[in-house]
Design a protein around this ligand. Structure first.
Ligand SMILES: Cc1ncc(COP(=O)(O)O)c(C=O)c1O
Length: 370
């Protein structure tokens, strides 16, 4: 993900505010108000020093206890990670699975909850970054709310700041994001929103850990007594990134991602390559995952792009590791100028590697960036 100069400058500011002073606290609170709008919640939002995975594990550790029935939805690599984690914390895992490239069907979630009224939590990924599929959050959340009082935990790491989450409107209890994705900050901060219902569940669970203890971080926000030293510069950078999002306007940021997502998919299709999402309407505006031509392996394509054109794309994950490549277009990576460079490098690389396609059709799509 592209990190703009303004954010890099904020990152390298002299850390004059220790994490326990008033200025730090104000900056944290201001960042939280921005994040509330991004997530669509009036509830609490915590910013934790660590990767997005810290946010996920903290949510699970604070909510899920041994023997709890937990429904985990999975249609890819990151869904499988959630199953593993819930298991690790003693949860009794039930699953609704879907093939890679498909969405998790809301009706199946409804059926399972109907058959298992004692499910305490539902855990899912919003955008499954390994396939580029966005799960139908609104419909799944509706099934959860109509059929249970379960705590709904959503890994929105690859959508937060790029696509609407609407946590309160959909009654989502915990939303997890990460600084290095659509917020365009470097890695290092996890974001976790916590609803009133989730705080009650956390109270009941009584998690005793320290660093991942959401109650202790919340005490930091409210009283300035933090469980650990905060990497202050990361907060400067996050705060600046959020200011930039709101200067542009949140809706416009979402719209920019919609345009870019549509563009990248059209480009891939014009190259006669197959998208992993089985239907285009399932595809994310933040990452496009496609099968490379049979004659070109994902690592060959990636290495060539990097070596010859200095453009970095990602390889496949999980079962798609050897057949797919991923183009990230989130945050300030979702930018016409940058996409021009990436698109032209992709087209040239495929040609360099001996793949043939209808250049006129591709050029027609490329015109959309003008
Ligand atoms: C959907 C999803 N969940 C979890 C993670 C893990 O996040 P992190 O690498 O910040 O720990 C990622 C990272 O790509 C992701 O895309």
């Amino acid at each position: 993900v592209e990190v703009p100069l303004r954010i890099l400058r904020a990152l390298s500011r002299k850390p004059i505010h220790p994490f326990y002073d008033k200025e730090f606290s104000n900056l944290y609170k201001e960042s939280v108000s921005f994040l509330r709008e991004v997530i669509g919640t009036e509830g609490d939002v915590l910013i934790l020093p660590g990767g997005g995975s810290l946010g996920i594990e903290a949510a699970i550790a604070n909510i899920i206890g041994p023997g709890d029935k937990v429904l985990v939805l999975s249609n890819g690599f990151f869904g499988e990670v959630l199953k593993h984690l819930v298991n690790a914390y003693g949860g009794n895992v039930l699953t609704v699975d879907a093939e890679y490239g498909e969405i998790v069907e809301p009706a199946k979630v409804g059926e399972l909850l109907e058959e298992n009224p004692d499910v305490k939590s539902v855990v899912m990924v919003h955008c499954e970054t390994s396939t580029g599929v966005v799960n139908p959050l609104e419909e799944i959340a509706r099934e959860v709310r109509e059929r249970s009082d379960a705590i709904l935990i959503v890994d929105a790491i690859s959508t937060l700041g790029a696509m609407p989450i609407k946590a309160d409107a959909r009654e989502i209890d915990i939303v997890i994001g990460a600084s290095q994705k659509a917020l365009s900050v470097i890695p290092g901060l996890a974001i976790v929103s916590v609803s009133e219902r989730a705080w009650k569940a956390i109270e009941r669970r009584g998690y005793k850990g320290h660093y991942m203890n959401l109650k202790l971080w919340n005490r930091g926000v409210k009283e300035g007594k933090w469980p650990s030293t905060f990497p202050v510069n990361l907060l400067y950078a996050l705060h600046e990134a959020l200011r930039m999002i709101f200067e542009e306007g949140l809706e416009r940021v979402f719209e920019r991602h919609r345009f870019v997502g549509g563009f990248v998919r059209s480009l891939v299709k014009s190259l006669n390559l197959r998208l992993v999402p089985s239907k285009e309407e399932y595809a994310s505006d933040t990452v496009t995952v496609f099968y490379t031509p049979e004659s070109i392996s994902p690592s060959e394509l990636r290495d060539h792009l990097l070596r010859k054109y200095k453009v970095m794309i990602a390889g496949g994950l999980g079962t798609l590791r050897k057949s797919t490549a991923r183009i990230g277009h989130m945050g300030y990576g979702a930018d016409k100028r940058l996409l021009k460079a990436v698109s032209s490098a992709l087209v040239r690389s495929l040609r360099d590697l001996g793949y043939s396609f209808d250049l006129e059709r591709v050029e027609e799509v490329l015109k959309r960036l003008e």
